[in-house]
Design a protein around this ligand. Structure first.
Ligand code: XMP
Length: 508
C-alpha cells in the first residue's frame, strides 16, 4: 500500500486536503506535526498543511523533519510553505493586510512538474496573514499573484515545493490538478486505493489484531455501525456479537425489518426488546435534555447487561469515522486527547474492553462505498440520518407509547410517499414531529379536537447547516390528506419552513 502523510498544524483546511487526495484513490493520513510516525517505504510524499499561527511566533508549530529520508517529495501549503522558506533563512512577516480570497496566479515556470497543465493565469484562493517576503538562496519562484510574489516556489535540485494559496479549496480553479501533479506525478502514486483494496487490507489487519477473541458491537440500524459490523463479520465471523436494542422509539416496524435484514446478511445479532424500560424512564419527562439523557442512559445499561452475558468478550467495536477522529485530535498538542465520543466510559470497569474502530480512516461517502462493496442492504445504505434518541425527541413533551404509535403511523405514510414520489433521495433527511397540543377541526359533521403532525424535510451536506426542502404542493397535499384520513388522533398537518440556523433539524 502507498500513502501520503499530511502534517496537521491546526488549519481548518487540512481535512479538505485529505479529501482531495482520497478522491484520487490514494490513501492518505493526517498526523499531528509533532507526532510524525516512522517513515516506512509506503510513504510516497509528505504535505505540510496550514495553520492559524505565524512561523516566527514563540509557540508556532515547528515540525522535526530529521527522520524524513532525503529525496522524499515534500509539498508545503500556506503555513507549510512559509515554514519551508522561513526554516532555511527566508523572511516571513505579517503582510500588513490579510491576504484573503480570490487572486490570479501567473505561472512563471510552465515546465515545473507541479504546474503541469496549469494555464498561464488561473484563479486561486488565498487565506493568510503572513507572507514570504524573501526566499532562501536555492529557492526559485515558479508562480506569483499581483500581491504575492512568492506564491509558489521550488527548492532547486530537490523534490520540495511550497504554495501559499489553498489548492484544496473549490475556489482554486486548477487546485485539484496541482494536487494531482504532486500526488500522482511527483510522488508517483498509482491511485489504486479502492473500497475493495480497503476491505482486503482491513480484513487482514482485523484478523491479526483480534485473533480468536470475541468482539461486541452495538448496531443502530444506521450506515456506520452496519458497515463496521459487516467488515468485522468478514474478518472474524461469529466471533463478532452484535446487539440491536429496541427502545420502542424506532420507526414503524423498523426494529423487526432491520433485524431481519441483519440476519439475512449473516450477522450474529441479538435483538433486545427493551421498550418497557425506555417508556417507564420517560414517564413524566418533558424537558428535551432530560429526555435525551434518560434515553442515552437506558441504551448504555441495556447494552452493558447484554454485553456482560457474552463470555470472555475482549473488544468493543464502534463505527467511529474519520471526521470524528480528526475533530477530536486537536493540534497543537502532544497533549491532545481523543474526545469522549469514545463512549467506553459508559462501560462497566470490570469488562475492560479494548476498542476497535475499523472505519476510523474513512469519510462518510467512503463508508457508503465500502458498505455497497460488502453487500449492505440498499435500504440501510441509503437511509436518512436518524437521531440516536429516535422518536423520543420527535414526540415533543412527554413521550408515551400511544403518542409514539400515532407518530409512527404518520411517519410511515410520509416516508412511504417520499419513496413513491422518488423524492426520498433528493432530501437529506425527512421527519415527522408530534406536537403536544390539540386543535379543533371538523370531520364529517363532527367536531374534532386532536393532535398536529409537523412534516419536516431538509436539504443539507453534513447536517451542520440545512435548508427546508421545497417539496411539491401536490405531494404535500397527498401526504396531509392521507395522514388526517388514516391516522387516528391527528386532525391537522403543517410543514416546517425553517432553515438551520436559526432552527435545528430536530425539534428537541
Ligand atoms: P440538529 O437537530 O442538531 O441535528 O440540527 C443535526 C443532525 O444530527 C442528528 N441528531 C442526532 N444524531 N444522536 C444522533 O446520532 C443525537 O442525539 C442526535 N440529535 C440530532 C439529526 O437527526 C440531524 O441529522
Amino acid at each position: 500500500m502507498e500513502r501520503i502523510l499530511i502534517l496537521d498544524f491546526g488549519s481548518q483546511y487540512t481535512m479538505l486536503i485529505a479529501r482531495r487526495i482520497r478522491e484520487m484513490n490514494v490513501y492518505c493520513e493526517i498526523v499531528p506535526f509533532n507526532r510524525i510516525p516512522a517513515i516506512t517505504p509506503d510513504v510516497k510524499g509528505i504535505i505540510l498543511s496550514g495553520s492559524p499561527s505565524s512561523v516566527a511566533a514563540e509557540n508556532a508549530p515547528q515540525p522535526d523533519l530529521s527522520g524524513v529520508p532525503a529525496g522524499m517529495p515534500i509539498l508545503g501549503i500556506c503555513y507549510g510553505a512559509q515554514w519551508l522558506a522561513w526554516s532555511k533563512g527566508g523572511n516571513v512577516a505579517n503582510s500588513g493586510t490579510r491576504e484573503y480570497g480570490r487572486a490570479i496566479l501567473s505561472v512563471k515556470d510552465s515546465n515545473d512538474p507541479l504546474l503541469k497543465d496549469i494555464p498561464a493565469e488561473s484563479q486561486v484562493w488565498m487565506s493568510h496573514g503572513d507572507t514570504i517576503n524573501s526566499l532562501p538562496a536555492d529557492y526559485r519562484v515558479i508562480a506569483s499573484t499581483a500581491t504575492v510574489g512568492n506564491a509558489a516556489f521550488r527548492v532547486e535540485g530537490k523534490l520540495i515545493w511550497g504554495i501559499q494559496f489553498h489548492a484544496e479549496v473549490h475556489h482554486s480553479e486548477f487546485g485539484k490538478q496541482i494536487l494531482r501533479n504532486y500526488v500522482l506525478g511527483i510522488c508517483g502514486c498509482a491511485g489504486s486505493w479502492t473500497p475493495a483494496s480497503f476491505i482486503e487490507s482491513t480484513v487482514a489487519s482485523l484478523r491479526e489484531q483480534i485473533g480468536s477473541d470475541k468482539v461486541v458491537l452495538g448496531l443502530s440500524g444506521g450506515v456506520d455501525s452496519s458497515v463496521a459490523a459487516l467488515l468485522l463479520h468478514k474478518a472474524i465471523g461469529d466471533q463478532l456479537h452484535c446487539i440491536f436494542v429496541d427502545s420502542g422509539l424506532l420507526r414503524k416496524d423498523e426494529f423487526s425489518s432491520v433485524l431481519a435484514s441483519y440476519k439475512g446478511m449473516g450477522l450474529n445479532v441479538k435483538g433486545v426488546e427493551a421498550s418497557d424500560r425506555f417508556f417507564a424512564d420517560l414517564a413524566g419527562l418533558t424537558e428535551p435534555e432530560r429526555k435525551r439523557k434518560a434515553i442515552g442512559k437506558d441504551f448504555i445499561e441495556v447494552f452493558n447487561a447484554e454485553a456482560k452475558k457474552i463470555k470472555d468478550v475482549r473488544w468493543l467495536a464502534q463505527g467511529t469515522i474519520y471526521p470524528d477522529v480528526i475533530e477530536s485530535s486537536a493540534v497543537p498538542g502532544a497533549s491532545a486527547t481523543i474526545k469522549s465520543h469514545h463512549n467506553v466510559g459508559g462501560l462497566p470497569k470490570e469488562m475492560e474492553l479494548k476498542v476497535v474502530e475499523p472505519l476510523r480512516l474513512l469519510f462518510k461517502d467512503e463508508v457508503r462505498r465500502v458498505g455497497k462493496a460488502l453487500g449492505l442492504d440498499p435500504n440501510i445504505l441509503g437511509r436518512h440520518p436518524f437521531p440516536g434518541p429516535g422518536l423520543g425527541i420527535r414526540v415533543l413533551g412527554e413521550v408515551t407509547r400511544e403518542k409514539v404509535a400515532i407518530l409512527q403511523e404518520a411517519d410511515a405514510i410520509y416516508i412511504g410517499a417520499l419513496k413513491r414520489w422518488n423524492l426520498y433521495d433528493d432530501v437529506w433527511q425527512a421527519a415527522t414531529i408530534l406536537l403536544p397540543i390539540k386543535s379543533v377541526g371538523v370531520m364529517g359533521d363532527e367536531r374534532t379536537y386532536e393532535y398536529t403532525i409537523v412534516l419536516r424535510a431538509v436539504t443539507s451536506v453534513d447536517g451542520m447547516t440545512a435548508d427546508w426542502a421545497q417539496l411539491p404542493y401536490d405531494f404535500l397535499a397527498e401526504v396531509s390528506n392521507a395522514i388526517i384520513r388514516d391516522v387516528k388522533g391527528v386532525n391537522r398537518v403543517v410543514y416546517d419552513i425553517c432553515s438551520k440556523p436559526p432552527a435545528t433539524i430536530e425539534w428537541e
